[in-house]
Write a new protein. Structure first.
Length: 282
């Protein structure tokens, strides 16, 4: 290991404690006793000849369950990474400790890599300003939910754009603009009741996937969401409003059909903007 292994020797036998300590003295490691206050935080491997319990070992159950602490038992029945017989030699204990410490190091490295991968994946698929899924995540959601096979389900793809957002930025500044983007993201998520996919596609454009919504009800539902997401502007006088465009779709669908629905929703959004803003168009 790059750092000395921290090994906790938990035994009531003075003879075993001395024998194990002497065997481990020949290798690069730190030996702890159960009463060592640093043992629970630093330990890599526990060697014990008694049943595991919080009363006689400084155990971190979560770390033990995740495999971040190795366990060597000597003459004790029960789960362990390495089980040695009661008459094992101190050399066998030393070998078990060294091998298991290396395994623990590799386990921790693997878990740390997984955590980094999850963080990077989240960063790649989320909008850093609002915390909503970004365009890439939105496209993945559409593929996962709308492609494939299954029972036909009506859907609606709705696009929302903040009215006169550039003027708001120019008048009040980008910090205020960012504050309003976050506010709109929160309002949209609340209005969509969080059962639908809400995303920020970029700039001041947002998208909502409404599943299980018949085309006959889509106009009223998109208008409700648009209206509830509008409100007083943060850090500036007046209200902040949205325009919306939508298109109906039946899932499961195909990639060309989804692209066509998005094109229709985008065209409808442009019509809403040209017609005077603060409205919903199909």
């Amino acid at each position: 290991m790059s750092q000395p292994a921290h090994i906790l020797l938990a035994t009531d036998s003075r003879e075993r404690s001395e024998s194990w300590t002497a065997a481990l003295a020949t290798v690069r490691c730190r030996v702890h006793r159960p009463d060592d206050p640093q043992a629970a935080a630093d330990v890599d491997v526990i060697v014990t000849d008694r049943p595991l319990s919080q009363s006689n070992l400084p155990l971190d159950d979560e770390r033990l369950a995740r495999g971040e602490i190795g366990l060597v038992t000597v003459g004790v029945a029960g789960p362990a990474d390495v089980s040695l017989p009661g008459d094992c030699s101190s050399r066998e204990v030393r070998l078990a400790c060294l091998l298991l410490a290396e395994i623990i190091r590799l386990r921790r490295q693997r878990e740390a890599a997984r955590r980094r991968e999850r963080v990077l994946s989240h960063l790649a698929l989320s909008d850093p300003l609002t915390g909503l899924p970004n365009r890439r995540a939105w496209e993945q959601q559409l593929a996962e939910r709308l492609l494939g096979e299954g029972e036909a389900t009506p859907c609606c793809l709705a696009l929302f754009d903040i009215d006169l957002f550039k003027e708001l930025n120019d008048r009040a500044g980008h910090l205020v603009g960012d504050e309003n983007l976050r506010s709109i993201a929160t309002r949209l998520s609340a209005a969509a009741r969080r059962r639908n996919g809400v995303a920020r596609l970029g700039g001041d454009e947002f998208a909502v996937l409404l599943e299980g919504l018949p085309a006959s009800e889509a106009a009223a539902e998109v208008e409700r969401i648009r209206s509830q997401a509008s409100g007083l502007a943060s850090g500036a006088a007046g209200r902040i409003t949205l325009s919306a465009g939508w298109a109906a779709l039946v899932a499961p669908s195909t990639k060309p059909a989804i692209d066509q629905a998005l094109h229709q929703a985008d065209a409808a959004l442009r019509v809403a903007k040209l017609a005077g803003r603060e409205r919903t168009c199909p």
